[in-house]
Design a protein around this ligand. Structure first.
Ligand SMILES: [Mg+2]
Length: 256
């Protein structure tokens, strides 16, 4: 099947898993390879981050499925927003207040608002204690936030062993985001999907060619058919400019 599109996650896939929002950027090799590929393939980002972050990092994409696909924006500035996000504004506001109140009593907790492109509508929030010295109290606070969010019918994601929690207005599903992007971008051919976490598994299952990116935080239960080390992602994307035969590219790179 003819490869028509390249869809990719951002954190832990294109950029390192532990970089701050301000410091995040593509390497110059990645920038060059992806921007050239975007002239030949439909390029889209599928991320739990927001539109402003994703479009700053990959400005030449054809579309950005952000906040787990709750908002999809195309190059012509059309946005598609999941209806539940608008219905749940009050509930998310309540959980945000609780998260901010709990964070104010602890050291170095980051409460990130996941805002839509309009920079006003809240689609979710993250409670992040990776920099905090009070881990035990932060974990207790995270449990309170989780309970409050669930009581309001919001969707909570906790990641085993990772020091943050995400709350979303609705269930996020990167597989559904991939299907929507296929429709919106009118893709009939094969899609390559690159990701590095459990959250990417539904998208791996939807893509014709799935590529897991392996680094020290990658979980064992990745459902990608192929895997490449994080440090080899630039080589892979550069090789993709010359050939669309992913299996032989990977063979030549001596990875699976
Ligand atoms: Mg990731």
């Amino acid at each position: 099947m003819h490869v028509e599109a390249l869809f990719t996650d951002l954190d832990g896939t294109l950029i390192p898993p532990d970089v701050s929002r301000e410091d995040a950027r593509l390497t110059s090799r990645l920038h060059a390879a992806l921007s050239r590929l975007s002239e030949e393939l439909k390029l889209a980002v599928i991320t739990t981050k927001d539109y402003h972050f994703a479009s700053r990092l990959v400005p030449f994409a054809h579309a950005w499925a952000t906040i787990g696909g709750l908002e999809i924006t195309t190059r012509d500035n059309t946005s598609y927003v999941e209806e539940r996000v608008l219905e749940k504004q009050h509930a998310i506001g309540r959980v945000l207040s609780l998260a901010e109140e709990l964070a104010s009593g602890l050291d170095r907790i980051v409460v990130e608002r996941k805002l839509l492109r309009d920079r006003v509508t809240l689609a979710g929030l993250a409670f992040d204690w990776r920099l905090s010295g009070s881990v035990e109290k932060a974990v207790e606070a995270a449990s309170l936030i989780e309970a409050e969010a669930k009581a309001h019918g919001l969707h909570v994601m906790r990641y085993p062993g990772r020091p943050y929690l995400d709350v979303f207005a609705a269930e996020i599903d990167k597989g559904k985001a991939l299907r929507r992007l296929r429709e919106i971008l009118n893709i009939g051919g094969a899609v390559i999907y690159m990701g590095d976490s459990e959250a990417d598994n539904p998208a791996f299952r939807e893509a014709e060619i799935s590529i897991g990116i392996i680094h020290s935080e990658t979980p064992k239960n990745l459902e990608a058919k192929h895997t490449i080390p994080f440090n080899a992602r630039e080589n892979f994307l550069e090789a993709l400019q010359a050939s669309r035969d992913v299996e032989s590219i990977l063979r030549e790179m001596h990875v699976s």
